[in-house]
Design a binder for this molecule. Sequence first.
Ligand SMILES: Nc1ncnc2c1ncn2[C@@H]1O[C@H](COP(=O)(O)OP(=O)(O)OP(=O)(O)O)[C@@H](O)[C@H]1O
Ligand SMILES: [Mg+2]
Length: 431
Amino acid sequence: MSSQEKLPWPVTKKRKSKKEIPEDSQECNSKRVKVTANATRDLLIATRSAFSRSADPARMVGREMEHAEITKFLQTAISDHVSGRLYIAGSPGTGKTALVHTVCRELKLKDIEGLQIVEINCNTIQPKNLYFELVKKLSGMEIKKRVNAQREFESLLKNNDKGDDNNSSVVVMDEVDNLFEKDSNLIYSLFEYSALADGKMTLIAIANEINLDKRLLSRLSAKNVTVESLTFKSYKPSEISAIIDDRLKSVAINGENLLIESQAVELCARKVASEGGDARQAMELCMLALQNLDNKDHHGKNDEIGKVTLTEMSKILSNAFVTNKTVQRLRELSIHQQAMLCSLILMRRNGNTSTTQAKLFTFYRGLCKKHSAPLINQAQFPDLVTACESIGLLKFGRAKRNEDRKIITDILESDLREAIKDVPHVKNFLK
Ligand SMILES: Nc1ncnc2c1ncn2[C@@H]1O[C@H](COP(=O)(O)OP(=O)(O)OP(=O)(O)O)[C@@H](O)[C@H]1O
Ligand SMILES: [Mg+2]
């Protein structure tokens, strides 16, 4: 029996797309398949979007044991009316957020009366707004005076206590490391509230740090507040390959992966696993490989579809992992250049692998305004872009007018994130 069959609530099966065919008829890498130029373009767009970072995985590949553990933890808390506390840890890109989100989605489909599920990303929230956000999400109420938010939250838990016994909530706090750095008391209080909530508030905290902070643990155990923990191990090569294959399969034509040779997938998976097993990085490398294919395809004359070969993937990997120099170069840029590159990367993350100067400027302006960061005006923008091109951080496509030139970059998001991590104004741009 698979772990999924043991689930206490029905799991929604991904609807089979017309293009999907059984696994045993997959893969025929040596063949080159004739499709029309339009179909090539559509396939490239669909595949890039399948690899784009924001893509919620239609389904998780592997992680059955972790899926079953989180499900069991929630099932016990809900059916036995006890408030559980679970601390999930693991290095970046190991599927923590995606899996917890998947389990929550399954739980929501169960439509359990009186159960609320709230997911909060601590990266996007100021500590002073945490209770405000919690009350808003739990009660649907807007609170005018933020100073009262913590009191509102407490009374919400108390009211739940006295009121309908069926009322309970599951609160998922993602990226708690970030909040912990800013205000460790907040995390401590949330665990404590959950312990006092008498079955009304189950808490899942997700972080990169494998161990809960020792001081926090000793404070909690002094109050008999227990916390279960679950660690997500970094992915092995075979697991990364399976994730990439699954994405390719989701857009395959006649069940055939047309765009990345299986040896190239394997090479990428092995390299990523040896560098920490970050599935997000694997997705990004595949996006870069497809971006190159896309650009080659612009100049292609025929309707035969190309594939990312082992050699091409190998080039992408060696560029990507000779990164210390890149990170160093990115660090030396002005914050406006860093902001512009963040915009380009975010646009790429959304599936736009090439853009024009005007579109990039619009995105850049919106991003800077959103983060209240200083920005330069449209007249100064071309110089900024050209300066980055001259040091090889981005490339221009060919066009009659400069404004129409496509702009692309093959720098890795992880490099840029590393370079800007301590830079005021821009450090949160890629979060
Ligand atoms: N097992 C998997 N199956 C399918 N996709 C996966 C799997 N694991 C990770 N991914 C994909 O990899 C990307 C990163 O996953 P996720 O955001 O869940 O990582 P994380 O562990 O939360 O990382 P971080 O610590 O940086 O927040 C997502 O796009 C997700 O869809
Ligand atoms: Mg995460």
